[in-house]
Write a protein that binds this ligand. Structure first.
Ligand code: ARG
Length: 565
């Protein structure tokens, strides 16, 4: 497609020899109001160089610029304003979307480079709750986005499947657990005995010693400990996979914390070698005070490893195994300090790839009744949220007399899509309070709205009963609503890049919402299916392009784009 900013910079560079092309390019803006042009170039910085007032400079330069790409080039108040030729833009964009289809917006800038996206990373034997949805859907969207930009991606679920809590769980199971109950519905039962353990241990601290003992046995490969642990892991993962299936999310690897248990000694050796490890009360720490952080505890008194130690091992393993270009961690902002300490240690160990490890934090989810607490039973299960969203969608569409054969399928696509879309609507860093009402409200700028717009466009295309063609009369699409829609479609590839650079899928969510709104305005303004073939052909092509971009955007977010609703 035509790179308008570049074209403008080229035009200008002939007139402004004092600045280099790159500087000029960086100065080209998109005005907040398109009445001031589709692009603008401010001349204020030129005042010194030209020894003239900016409005005068703008006037002089504007008078010399000519390009068929722009219907009009004007100056106002020190700006040069560029107005695109609508038909040229329209033809360029619609042909490109038509040619590329599902690949519109795709690039190969990432070719030959690996990006690891670690996300979800839930804890075994604990509920998969609404607090986990953010990492899960933000991570999955980022994984899709990087893949779309040509990177080879590796999605990793760094399961919380190791640590002293498994010692506790083993003790609890041996005392109060029931095999059959766990087989039938593992998470609530595992949670019950885990909570019981904590209650009992307050009175009987010897339980904690026992738990530590079992964890050490586990670390040393004791058969019984490993078997029990493996079983807890298997039954939990089966539960989690049901939710991942509902969300349509897959992982390339489930290498969680336990995967690194045998890789620890080497890492510890390396840290000691670097001379950054200190003994402290029988434990080992890395002093991070010079960097304004509390010390990081690396090994405990009894020699057992810690969360951060496993994260160090994981990063090193990933570098050796995948040779990543970027290693991304989508983990809540509560762990900011952990990731700062961890990255500092990687740096201190002398690894030059420390900066390629990126923590992508996000805000916390709490409930109306307070912060979530699994131990206090204050928790909303993600599976329940998804199921309720699907059930509610079903009620709504049954009222609308949708063809009974496809009700289930659409309810699933729209219900799940609504939850994901909402999650990806706000800047990830914002905290929020989960509310059933908000999650199940489909009014306004929601996933169902965008999906519905997609279905509406699909229906127009079905009813048009014509083959798409690109040798249409583009001058027909000269109305403002068509032009605004086209500009948004044109911007889509740039928006995808921005989402990747900022690790912010919500940029795409908002952009496709804008496209849906612009489409609906156009649809409202103009009849698409008309007797005049020439007019219909042109409008149908624009409808097709809008539909395709909505679909591409939804797909990147991990949301299905139904053809009918
Ligand atoms: N399982 C951890 C938790 O629930 C999150 C793991 C994040 N990933 C990591 N590499 N530390 O808090």
């Amino acid at each position: 497609m035509i790179e308008y900013k570049r074209e403008i910079a080229q035009l200008l560079s002939k007139e402004i020899s004092e600045l280099d092309d790159h500087e000029i390019l960086e100065m080209v803006e998109i005005p907040p109001d398109s009445k001031m042009g589709d692009y603008a170039f401010p001349c204020f910085r030129l005042a010194k160089l030209f020894r003239k007032a900016p409005p005068l400079i703008a006037e002089e330069i504007a008078g010399k610029l000519h390009s068929e790409l722009f219907g009009k080039i004007e100056n106002t108040n020190g700006y040069i304003n560029f107005f695109m030729d609508k038909a040229i833009l329209m033809e360029d964009v619609l042909k490109d979307v038509h040619k590329k289809g599902q690949e519109y917006g795709k690039t190969d800038i990432g070719k030959g480079q690996k990006v690891i996206v670690e996300f979800s990373s839930v804890n075994i034997a604990k509920p998969f709750h609404i607090g986990h949805i953010r990492s899960t859907v933000i991570g999955s969207a980022l994984n899709n986005i990087y893949k779309f930009l040509g990177y080879e991606t590796v999605s990793i679920n760094h399961l919380g499947d190791y640590g002293t809590q498994f010692g506790k769980l083993i003790v609890a199971y041996k005392l109060w657990g029931d095999k059959e109950t766990i087989e039938n519905d593992p998470i609530p039962e595992l949670l019950r005995i885990y909570v019981k353990f904590h209650e009992e241990a307050e009175e009987k601290p010897e339980l904690d010693d026992e738990a530590r003992g079992w964890f050490l046995k586990l670390e040393n490969g004791d058969k019984e400990a490993v078997e029990l642990w493996q079983w807890f892991r298997d039954v939990s993962l089966k539960e989690f996979n049901r939710v991942y299936d509902m969300l349509g999310i897959q992982f390339d690897s489930f290498a969680g914390e336990s995967f690194y248990s045998d890789k620890m000694p080497e890492v510890l050796e390396k840290i000691r070698e670097k001379g950054i490890m200190k003994k402290s009360d029988g434990a080992e720490i890395v002093d991070l005070e010079p960097f304004g952080m509390p010390p990081a505890l690396i090994t405990k008194k009894d020699g057992s490893s810690l969360y951060i130690t496993r994260d160090l091992a994981a990063a090193i393993y990933r570098k050796n195994h995948y040779d990543f270009y970027k290693n991304i961690y989508v983990v809540g902002s509560q762990q900011n300090l952990h990731f700062q300490q961890w990255r500092k240690i990687i740096e201190l160990m002398g690894y030059d790839w420390a900066d390629d490890c990126v923590h992508v934090p996000f805000g916390m989810v709490s409930l109306e009744e307070g912060t979530m607490s699994t131990r206090k039973g204050r928790v909303v299960f993600l599976e329940d949220v998804l199921k309720k969203a699907v059930a509610k969608t079903k009620d709504i569409i049954i009222e609308k007399n949708v063809n009974a054969d496809i009700v289930e399928e659409i309810a699933r696509q729209v219900g799940i899509g609504a939850v994901i879309f909402q999650e990806l609507s706000n800047n990830r860093i914002k905290d929020y309070i989960f509310s059933w009402e908000k999650t199940l409200s489909f009014e306004g700028e929601t996933g169902p709205y965008v999906q519905y717009t997609h279905a509406r466009a699909s229906s127009v295309l079905r009813n048009a009963e014509q083959k798409l063609k690109t040798d249409v009369n583009y001058n027909i699409l000269s109305e403002d609503s068509a032009f605004e829609l086209c500009k948004l479609i044109y911007a889509f590839p740039q928006v995808v890049m921005e989402a990747a650079e900022k690790y912010e899928p919500s940029v795409i969510t908002r952009h496709i919402t804008d496209i849906a709104q612009a489409f609906n305005k156009f649809y409202h303004d103009r009849h698409i299916l008309v007797d005049d073939h020439e007019i219909q052909e042109a409008r149908v092509l624009l409808v097709y392009a809008a539909k395709q971009v909505l679909s591409n955007g939804l797909t990147l977010l991990g949301i299905e784009a139904p053809e009918r609703m």
